[in-house]
Structure formats: C-alpha cells, structure tokens
Ligand binder design. Structure first.
Ligand SMILES: Cc1cc2nc3c(=O)[nH]c(=O)nc-3n(C[C@H](O)[C@H](O)[C@H](O)COP(=O)(O)O)c2cc1C
Length: 161
C-alpha cells in the first residue's frame, strides 16, 4: 500500500486537539478513522538519531486531534483526556541498531523511553506491550534470527486477540 504524506499544518485546519475527529484531510485521515474502529493496534518504528522516525512522529502528531484537557476530580490538577475509543490492546515495536546497554550516549534514550508512554496514553490503550529490538545494527533481517524477540512478538500477538 502506498501512502502519500503531506506536511502537517498546525492550528485549526491541521492538528486540532480534543475533538476526536482528524481535522486535516489527507491520506492519513482514513487511517486514523480506521484505527478508531479496529480491535487492536500494532505500531512500529526504527530509532533514528535517538528518536522515532519522522514518519512515525507525523502519525503520532496527528493523534493529537484525539486529545483534550480535563481536571483530576481529586487533585484539581490538569490532566490529558483522550477521545480515542478506550481499551484497545496495543503493541509498540521499536527497532534500534544499538545493543542494550548502548555503547555511547545512553542518556539520549531516556527521553525516548519516557516519551513512548505518551502513545498508549493518547490511545487510551488497554493492555500495552512495548517490544524493543536491540542490536539490529543496519541489518533488516536481524529480527528473523532473534529467537527470543520472535517468541515475545508471538506471545504479544496472541494476547491481542
Ligand atoms: C538515519 C539513521 C539514524 C539511526 N539512528 C540510530 C540511533 O540513534 N540509534 C540506534 O540504535 N540505531 C540507529 N539507527 C539504526 C536503525 O535504528 C536500525 O537500522 C533499525 O532498527 C532498522 O531501521 P531500517 O528499517 O531503517 O533499516 C539509525 C539508522 C538510520 C538510517
């Protein structure tokens, strides 16, 4: 399947928070709508320069249209709310070249690892599983040889049902 991406526009015509309806109309719009109706969600991205890929970030940016702000009734503190249908099981696959622990600049992964938790929160996910492929180097077939990783993915897949 070919997807054509356009640069997102911020503001009312682009990423409009809190309405539960993707505001921008482009090839991602039907995908976002489809996601609201599916039984479970699996997303994946390579790590590029200690971040998710630009394409993946663009998809996450568009999830902002499901977000709104509320108030915690107990503490009165402002909290995120999501208009995305809650409780879908969600698997997030992260592939990176570095082994664990990373040989250089390990602190740069701290922000990434924390930030990734925003995605299940934004989706109001039910069961959430984060699967990391470490040490992929630049070999696209590395995952096929990683027996433990494949077993984890298989179990995660079973739990999606
Ligand atoms: C532009 C670029 C930046 C990358 N940056 C990182 C990085 O910061 N950390 C890391 O572990 N791997 C990094 N990698 C390796 C990829 O994460 C690894 O190859 C990936 O798991 C497979 O991605 P691919 O589908 O693009 O081959 C980078 C690869 C590219 C092409």
């Amino acid at each position: 399947m070919n997807w054509v991406f356009e640069m997102i526009r911020f503001g009312r015509s682009g990423v409009d928070p809190g309405h539960g309806v993707p505001a921008a109309k482009d090839d991602l719009t039907p995908l976002l709508q489809e996601m609201t109706g599916c039984d479970a969600i699996v997303m994946g991205t390579p790590v590029y320069w200690y971040q998710v890929s630009a394409q993946f970030k663009m998809l996450v940016d568009r999830l902002y249209s499901f977000m709104g702000f509320g108030v915690d009734p107990e503490t009165g503190a402002p909290v995120y709310r999501t208009a995305f249908p809650k409780g879908k099981n969600f698997v997030l696959l992260i592939s990176r070249g570095d082994p664990e622990p990373p040989p250089v600049l390990p602190q740069l992964y701290d922000h990434l690892n924390e930030w990734l938790n925003l995605i299940p929160m934004t989706l109001g996910a039910g069961r959430f599983e984060l699967i990391h492929q470490y040490g992929a180097d630049i070999n696209r077939k590395a995952a096929e040889k990683d027996v433990a990783l494949l077993e984890r993915a298989r179990i995660a897949g079973e739990r999606l049902a």
